[in-house]
Design a protein around this ligand. Structure first.
Ligand SMILES: CC(C)(COP(=O)(O)OP(=O)(O)OC[C@H]1O[C@@H](n2cnc3c(N)ncnc32)[C@H](O)[C@@H]1OP(=O)(O)O)[C@@H](O)C(=O)NCCC(=O)NCCS
Length: 171
């Protein structure tokens, strides 16, 4: 199947023209993400417009954990009495202004969830850090729920991803 975009590891392509409308996220992507990768603090994946090879969006992925006390009671009841459960963290997600509202944000979240689900390192859920209230509303609309004591972080159990997100290549 031919698709317009592909998702891949961040390579050496130019990043300084990327603009998502959030200056802190743009600066992180232009200047700081490669340090995080070198130090083993995050991986970074990009969605690329195949026709122009332009970066349309990116996300970072790292291991994290969730305090079980931050989960809703109905989930805790189905878990063993561990203090924490493992999770995969999308610390940053951004789509370039020229590519918004085409489903790429959802496609990147689905891609992150698919990577977490097939990793040899187990994860119970995907966690996202919302940079602002609008981002939190975006994640909540997809089905992510807030963690009780981490106000800006939301989670989605990997078992529920198939219903909430696309996990194939973006169209
Ligand atoms: C939030 C962001 C990642 C969404 O990416 P996107 O590719 O435009 O989103 P999608 O195409 O997957 O989804 C679009 C839908 O989400 C909804 N949506 C988009 N931004 C939203 C927001 N801030 N709040 C609530 N809903 C939002 C819209 O209703 C839209 O649906 P519609 O087109 O049918 O109206 C992107 O707007 C972005 O990069 N924002 C700036 C950076 C940021 O806040 N990142 C997230 C926190 S780290």
């Amino acid at each position: 199947m031919t698709t317009r975009f592909r998702i891949e590891l961040l390579g050496r392509r130019p990043r300084s023209t990327f603009a998502c409308g959030d200056a802190a996220l743009d600066r992180y992507f232009a200047e700081l993400v490669s340090q995080d990768i070198r130090r083993g603090l995050a991986s970074c994946f990009v969605v690329v417009d195949k026709a122009t090879e332009r970066i349309a969006g990116f996300y970072t992925l790292a291991a994290t954990s969730i305090a079980v006390s931050d989960l809703p009671d109905e989930m805790v009841r189905r878990l063993p009495r561990y203090p924490t459960v493992p999770a995969a963290l999308v610390g940053r997600l951004a789509i370039d202004l020229g590519f918004k509202r085409q489903g790429l944000g959802r496609a990147l979240l689905g891609n992150a969830a698919a990577r977490a689900a097939r990793s040899e390192v187990a994860a119970y859920a995907l966690v996202v850090d919302a940079a602002n209230g609008a981002a939190a509303a975006y994640y909540a609309a997809i089905g992510f729920r807030p963690l009780a004591t981490r106000a800006t972080s939301l989670f989605l159990p990997l078992a529920l991803v198939a219903k909430a997100l696309p996990t194939g290549d973006p169209a």
